[in-house]
Design a protein. Structure first.
Length: 156
């Protein structure tokens, strides 16, 4: 016999789906791309930002810099994107080629891919603001219904 679901399970699930859809909608404002391409873009974007974001305390000025030095930018291979997302390699290769063609991604001679990030790009700033607003609505919805999150007990 299965245990009853926690009282807030449905609310958390709904709020999570709402957040996911808001983020996808915001990101699709950057370009008219399909959902698989969007997932690939997100995967590459995370890999590109990961070195800086996990070491942001060491260089806080870089968080607001218009561009970030290459030494603080990550990259990822198409094979790893395929493995992380469970999307066939050929599909990833084809969609990355299209994303490179429309300027959303770059590929170096060794085949590693990155998201070209610049805070001077108004569409990227707008997408970031929309995503942040969506996350705020997510947290507000949960808190309004009495759901406590781990971050509610700590600073921030």
């Amino acid at each position: 016999m299965t245990a009853p679901a926690p009282a807030d399970a449905r609310l958390k699930a709904y709020a999570g789906v709402e957040l996911l859809l808001d983020v996808c909608h915001s990101a699709r404002s950057l370009a008219d791309i399909d959902l698989e391409s969007l997932l690939i873009y997100f995967c590459v974007l995370e890999a590109t930002m990961q070195p800086l974001m996990t070491n942001a305390d060491a260089h806080p000025g870089l968080l607001t810099a218009e561009t970030v030095p290459e030494s603080y930018r990550g990259s990822i291979t198409m094979l790893l994107v395929s493995e992380k997302l469970g999307i066939p390699r050929e599909t990833v290769r084809r969609k990355v080629k299209a994303l490179v063609g429309n300027g959303m991604l770059t590929e170096d001679p060794s085949g590693r891919i990155q998201a070209p990030l610049s805070l001077s790009d108004p569409s990227l700033r707008g997408c970031g603001e929309a995503t942040s607003s969506a996350a705020g609505r997510y947290l507000a919805r949960l808190r309004k219904c009495g759901v406590r999150l781990e971050t509610d007990n700590g600073p921030g």
